[in-house]
Design a protein around this ligand. Sequence first.
Ligand code: DX5
Ligand code: ZN
Length: 218
Amino acid sequence: DRSIKIAPSILSADFANFGAECRAIEAQGADWVHVDVMDGHFVPNITFGPATCAAIRKHIKGVMDVHLMIAPVDPYIEAFCKAGADIVTVHAEAGPHLDRSLQLIRGCGKKAGVSLNPSTPASAIEFVLDRIDLVLVMTVNPGFGGQSFIHSQVEKVRQLRAMIGDRPIHIEIDGGITPETAPLVVAAGADALVAGSAVFKGGSVDTPEVYGKNIAAI
Ligand code: DX5
Ligand code: ZN
């Protein structure tokens, strides 16, 4: 379905080749480029910060979708906005002031997203619906690529779709998305899918057509 956005996660790309990797996935049909920022504190893994995001930005023509798995997050929001993110997503669990974080993002002129860990209920976004452009449902515990999809989250997606109604808010899914799991969340109301290992597996910047096949299969 072409109305579903596919957002490959460069967490599964070659970290020494981000420029070429971003160009390759966009040429092969990626709608958004998903960028996972991890701090070794909110999640048990470390990736990179705003300077790397700014460097990557130059190689992305379309939407740069930045997923911040960091706490505290507020002190860094402006830096990631300035690095060229189009969508900045923070975790509902990252601090006590989600409403303020979302105001900071929109104050920088960017689209604002909220991500929910698997144990966080859909109701976490009930009172920020007028401040968000996207909700990112984690279908794995965040930190690593290549984990298995947590099926209990399909019901959460259904609840979010009912809560959001026809507001212009994307429901994006992140973790364990494959050709088998993608239809489950799309049927429940998702309209954007992150995929790391399922896009990059078996390919490289020298064989970008593999990425194209993988994207088409999702
Ligand atoms: C997990 C990240 C995901 C990850 C998904 O913490 O937020 O974006 O890259 O990887 P896959 O698609 O391999 O589960
Ligand atoms: Zn992510």
